[in-house]
Ligand binder design. Structure first.
Ligand code: F6P
Length: 255
């Protein structure tokens, strides 16, 4: 803790709490845009944060992305509560296998010596497919587990970066660009004011559901995500933010 004070991380945390409507924040040293290991440091901080909040018989819902993959990598099995169930927060969002919520969820469970359930749904769902899928008993069962999550751990991304990474169809891409989207989380795209300008149709946690979740932990760092973090937090229910020095300094500078 003395080290964190010397590094100025404590000051950054105090400043961020003034700028953003968040309950709690942890800033790790470095900038994950420049040094990949910083994601693992955020991962380590996230695992500690999760363990501190874990009730017994708990359900933890997670999203995808490289940051959440780093959280999974840092997961350890010393959970005091033996029965943690990991579930993906939402269905397919167009990520590569290693960055999909399903993959990350299974890896976390394995490392934590917990259990997991997966959502097997395609990435792009038509309205008809969506309606019939949510009626399937096996999907319904997992959806119910997701909706009763005690903890949700999620990533936040830059809107355009994410839209490109997902190979978003042109029509949707135009909607995202003309809506001036700057942030993405859970398949939702947000403008600077925190308004939703586009949403990927998939099953699982919807933005409104987050208000009923006990603990929401956002993990996102790198100076390039400062705008996205700020925009997303404008509409987010008070949550815990785990970020890095790169993003924190950019946020403070731009405030
Ligand atoms: O696609 C899943 C997701 O969690 C997005 O909601 C988020 O924008 C993105 O991943 C973050 O990815 P990364 O951690 O690789 O920047």
């Amino acid at each position: 803790d003395v080290m964190r004070e010397i590094l100025g991380l404590k000051d950054l945390e105090t400043n961020l709490k003034r700028i953003l409507p968040i309950d709690e924040v942890i800033v790790v040293a470095g900038d994950s845009d420049l040094s990949p290991w910083v994601k693992k440091e955020m991962g380590r901080a996230c695992v500690t944060c999760m363990k501190d909040r874990l009730p017994s018989h708990s359900i933890v819902a997670v999203t995808g992305g490289t940051t959440l993959a780093a959280v999974a990598e840092m997961m350890t099995a010393d959970l005091k509560q033996s029965d943690v169930l990991f579930v993906p927060a939402r269905g397919g969002l167009g990520e590569n296998v290693e960055n999909q919520a399903n993959t990350i969820c299974a890896k976390m469970a394995e490392k934590a010596a917990g259990n997991y359930r997966l959502l097997h749904v395609p990435d792009y769902l038509s309205n008809e497919a969506y309606q019939s899928l949510i009626g399937e008993p096996s999907v319904k069962e997992v959806l119910q587990l997701i909706q009763s999550a005690d903890i949700v751990i999620h990533g936040i991304g830059d809107a355009i970066t994410m839209a490109k990474r997902r190979k978003t169809p042109e029509e949707e891409m135009e909607k995202i660009i003309s809506g001036n989207a700057v942030a993405e989380a859970f398949g939702y795209y947000f403008n600077q004011a925190g308004d939703v300008v586009h949403k990927v149709q998939t099953i699982g946690i919807q933005l409104d559901d987050l208000r009923h979740v006990r603990h929401v932990i956002a993990v996102a760092g790198g100076a390039s995500k400062a705008k996205a973090i700020k925009a997303y937090m404008k509409q987010a229910p008070r949550s815990v933010l785990i970020t890095d020095e790169g993003a924190a300094k950019a946020l403070v500078r731009e405030s």
